[in-house]
Ligand binder design. Structure first.
Ligand SMILES: [Zn+2]
Ligand SMILES: [Zn+2]
Length: 137
């Protein structure tokens, strides 16, 4: 299925790109180090620099979506419908929340901003399983 997607975005469908997309789809949200580990575990070695390049290409054509967790840390996900994120401060788990951002955009537009290109909302807190089993580090 990713062959078609890559082609429709003008990218050649290579085994590396397909594998990377499959891994990210399985993981939901993944950062580059975790992705590199996952690939290694399945017997695929892609140098980090190459992986950065692949992720950059896939993001620039809109197949991947980046979620900035902090200045240094970014997670990648397969681009899908508008949604917002919840980040657990204890385990670092990132969850999708199906909330549309149209109201935020509407308010921002009424505030006379020139143009809005993207909306990203991040909710911070403690997830269900950390709330039930608190881990004190
Ligand atoms: Zn948690
Ligand atoms: Zn997401």
């Amino acid at each position: 299925m990713y062959q078609q997607l890559l082609k429709s975005k003008g990218l050649k469908s290579t085994p590396q790109r397909i594998k990377v997309l499959t891994m990210i789809a399985n993981a939901g949200h993944v950062d580059i180090n975790q992705l590199s580990d996952d690939l290694k575990q399945s017997g695929i070695k892609i140098p980090l620099a190459t992986l950065y390049r692949i992720l950059g290409e896939l993001s620039s054509v809109g197949i991947l979506h980046t979620v900035a967790l902090s200045r240094e840390k970014t997670k990648y996900e397969i681009a899908k419908g508008e949604h917002t994120h919840f980040l657990c401060e204890q385990c670092g788990q990132l969850e999708d929340l199906q909330v549309t951002m149209s109201e935020i955009v509407h308010i921002a537009q009424n505030a006379c901003l020139h143009s809005i290109h993207a909306v990203s909302v991040m909710l911070h807190g403690v997830c269900q399983s950390c709330g039930v089993n608190p881990t004190y580090k």
